[in-house]
Design a protein around this ligand. Structure first.
Ligand SMILES: Nc1ncnc2c1ncn2[C@@H]1O[C@H](COP(=O)(O)OP(=O)(O)O)[C@@H](O)[C@H]1O
Ligand SMILES: [Mg+2]
Length: 247
């Protein structure tokens, strides 16, 4: 059974086609980097997979469950770190995790011990009364990651996890993702930072204007290109010379 399958998935917003007939499948334990420039359809694709949006056509299965027909089944098994993080900022980090943990039906004692372990692993040390709205951006990203991991998801989706993150925090997050992969968790992250994806993700998908332009193991995809960047630019453009006439 695949961890994730997309069959001819499309999503339109009025006349705008954000995701256009995308199909691919992931084996359990895969680590996919979904690449594409701004507006390529990466976030929309993740929202479709995680049940936040409904496809206009096509279907999606996560661990054998149809996302539209069995939304709760899917939500129990996945963790999601959305691009906007969707935190409840008037709560403290531990309060927010308690809320999330209870939503998943976890015992308070389990929630508390996991929360401590997560905070420790991520070097997250907020003041005991500090609410999330007063956290730094990096701390908010970390809390969002903790919330996504609390219930032990088998498939994890991260939308731009390294966006706006300092190098130290970035490395901590990378290490956690690699640990998860070694435990057999299936991972999908989106990014427009090629270097990160190139180092972290053995499997790459490239979206351009909603269409899947490339999918496969990094080495295979890159082929004879010098690096992922030249392959990517060759595929999605950006070669044309631009001029600013007044400068
Ligand atoms: N809720 C929405 N309503 C209308 N258009 C949307 C909506 N969400 C995304 N889009 C459009 O779909 C396209 C893909 O967006 P998105 O998936 O956010 O791209 P990416 O994450 O790759 O930057 C963009 O043109 C965006 O403006
Ligand atoms: Mg996005």
């Amino acid at each position: 059974m695949h961890a994730l399958t997309l069959n001819a998935v499309s999503k339109s917003f009025d006349e705008k086609v954000a995701v256009d007939n995308v199909s691919f499948a992931l084996e359990p334990g895969a680590f996919l980097g979904l690449l594409g420039r701004n507006g390529a359809g990466k976030s929309t694709t993740l929202k479709l997979i995680t049940g936040l949006l409904r496809p206009t056509s096509g279907n999606i299965q996560v661990l054998g469950h149809d996302v539209v027909a069995e939304p709760l089944m899917v939500k129990r098994k996945i963790g999601v770190m959305p691009e906007d993080m969707a935190l409840m900022e008037m709560l403290t980090g531990p309060q927010y995790l308690r809320f999330v943990g209870r939503m998943y039906g976890l015992e308070d004692a389990v929630i508390e011990s996991r929360q401590r372990e997560l905070f420790q692993t991520l070097d997250l040390e907020p003041g005991p009364r500090t609410v999330i709205s007063d956290y730094s951006f990096g701390m908010k990203k970390k809390v969002a990651l903790c919330a996504a991991l609390l219930h032990g998801p088998r498939v994890l989706f991260l939308d731009e996890p390294f966006e706006g993150i300092d190098p130290v925090t970035s490395r901590t997050i990378k290490e956690i993702l690699m640990t998860l992969q070694s435990r057999g968790v299936t991972l999908v992250l989106t990014s427009h930072v090629l270097e990160i994806v190139e180092k972290l993700c053995p499997l790459i998908a490239i979206l351009d204007e909603g269409r899947l332009k490339g999918f496969g193991p990094l080495a295979e995809l890159r082929g004879t290109s010098e690096n992922l960047e030249s392959f990517f630019l060759g595929l999605v453009g950006g070669q044309e010379k631009r001029e600013l006439s007044w400068l």
